[in-house]
Write a protein that binds this ligand. Structure first.
Ligand SMILES: [Zn+2]
Length: 524
């Protein structure tokens, strides 16, 4: 079965038509040549834009689906309104996500006393938008203490008066939520998938193994079952968040590395080496401008990283490591320098975020062939705090255009931390404006990518990190037919905010349709 798509405005190409057969682009060219071929069906795209399927290089599919079931703490404009809305939540606990002090008219963080006003008879937990801080009510703290018998080990990671739990202490407090079942996990994954297909995302690299209290193998089973049942439409390349050497060794012993379950494939080891700027937990070389006694949290030593990198290298696995602060990045680069030059496998490692990386560090990344998975859309929330946290060092942040010219740099959203919509992320990438206030000046405008480079970073470069660039990332003969049909886009970055995904295809199968074009076609 050959289907021809004509009157297509294929992004970055002079071609206006293509044929799909057996899930792949059979031919891409001019309509007059395409229509000379034997074809079974013609679909007229009426000059709409065709993009290669968007490929988000770092996000949390399970976290996204889980969040969709949570109370939306990002919506209320004040803490008072949040308390009133959250009181209406049903269930044996209230779990909220996405609050940010800048969004509240009170201009302060949520604290324990606010949450005690929501409920005293059941646990109430609220995640800050960065995900690195949880605020808990007294009931949750009491229950967690009952479960554990003691408070978290590291006193710097929690504050009982404020009800704050950061980094490792988050695990301590979320114990009160219990374990999701495999059916729960599958339901959340499918909910997230639906939203992404609507947004034109056809592939993701996703960090899911440590999102919930479920065992990592249960999460793998949930994905594998969905793939087996053909219900997993989106391509998932798992960034295996295994946290410790012993868990990584367990994973390797069980033979999970590089396993392929069809649309679900096992990818690199994922580690988090520091936290976030918002929570003052990103690890900096020099102290925070607004907290001269603090540098943030470093979660692995150089020696520990070295051992982990040696282990992945021996196992033929890549790594994708979270580093927001320049101190965290420096530690990773030092550890890499003693491992990577001797590597036997050709590796495709990446720094996830790389928000503070100065030009010398970017040069070291290039020399070690370490790429980056970056999120320009973070400017949406970070715009307001970068200067406060970093002072003059803000000139050395978000250097994504420089980075992309030096080393493979893929775009991503880290959703549910920020919205998953590729058009919003592309808008920020190409304009450097915060989506929360478009009148504000662009942030380091010279670090904006051209739209062409940005689309490439969202498709081909992501595919490179998933070791699939030979068949994903372009509208090109022989590649898998993963593509998006969009209306309202006129080639300018500004029009990205009005553009709408009308159809999404994976392997030539239409997996989302806002309005069917199929009826416009005729069967020959
Ligand atoms: Zn992440």
């Amino acid at each position: 079965m050959k289907t021809a798509y004509i009157h297509a405005n294929i992004f970055g190409q002079r071609n206006d038509a293509f044929i799909v057969e057996n899930g792949r682009f059979y031919k891409v060219g001019k309509a007059r040549d395409i229509l000379k071929q034997p074809i079974d069906k013609i679909i007229d795209l009426k000059e709409r834009t065709v993009f290669p399927g968007f490929h988000d290089a770092h996000m949390h599919l399970l976290g996204m689906g889980w969040m969709m079931e949570m109370f939306d703490a990002g919506k209320p404009k004040s803490i008072a309104a949040l308390i009133e809305a959250a009181r209406k939540e049903k269930g044996d606990h209230v779990l909220g996500r996405g609050f940010h002090e800048e969004n509240f008219s009170e201009k302060r963080s949520l604290v324990k006393d606010d949450l005690n006003e929501i409920a005293t008879d059941r646990p109430v937990l609220m995640y800050r938008t960065c995900g690195h801080l949880i605020v808990a009510n007294q009931n949750a703290i009491d229950k967690a203490l009952q479960l554990h018998g003691d408070y978290p080990e590291d006193a710097s990671t929690y504050d009982l008066d404020q009800g704050f739990f950061k980094e490792d202490a988050r695990d301590w407090i979320t114990e009160v939520l219990g374990k999701p079942s495999i059916a729960d996990l599958k339901r959340m994954l499918l909910a997230a998938q639906d939203k992404l297909l609507q947004e034109g995302v056809t592939a993701v690299q996703s960090d899911d193994l440590a999102t919930t209290k479920a065992e990592y193998e249960t999460v793998i089973d949930a994905f594998a079952e969905l793939a087996q049942e053909s219900r997993l439409k989106i391509r998932v390349y798992e960034q295996a968040n295994l946290q410790t050497l012993s868990r990584l060794e367990d994973f390797l012993r069980k033979g999970f590395q590089n396993q392929n379950f069809g649309r679900f494939r096992m990818g690199p080891l994922k580690l988090l080496v520091d936290g976030s700027l918002g929570a003052h937990t990103a690890y900096l070389r020099e102290p925070y401008a607004d907290r001269p006694e603090e540098k943030g949290l470093l979660l692995y030593s150089e020696e520990e990283l070295k051992t982990l990198f040696e282990t992945t290298e021996r196992a033929g696995m890549d790594w994708a490591v979270h580093a927001i602060g320049d101190g965290a990045l420096e530690t990773i680069l030092n550890a890499s320098e003693s491992v990577l030059p001797h590597a036997k496998h050709s590796q495709r490692n990446a720094i996830v975020h790389a928000q503070l990386a100065d030009r010398a560090q970017i040069e070291r990344m290039r020399a070690l062939n370490i790429g980056a998975m970056v999120q320009p859309i973070f400017l949406r929330s970070d715009y307001a705090i970068i200067a406060e946290r970093l002072g003059d060092r803000q000139e050395e942040t978000y250097l994504f255009n420089t980075m992309a010219q030096r080393t493979p740099t893929a775009l991503s959203t880290d959703t549910p931390i920020e919205p998953s919509d590729p058009f919003k992320n592309l808008f920020t990438t190409t304009t450097r404006k915060t989506l929360l206030d478009l009148r504000k000046q662009p942030f380091l405008k010279e670090e904006a990518m051209t739209l062409e480079n940005a689309i490439k970073a969202y498709t081909e470069t992501s595919a490179y990190f998933a070791r699939s660039e030979h068949e994903l990332g372009s509208v090109k003969k022989g590649h898998r037919a993963d593509f998006v049909v969009a209306g309202g886009f006129d080639g300018t970055p500004e029009s990205l905010l009005k553009a709408e995904v009308e159809e999404t295809y994976i392997d030539g199968e239409r997996v989302f349709s806002a309005r069917s074009f199929a009826n416009d076609g005729s069967v020959l």
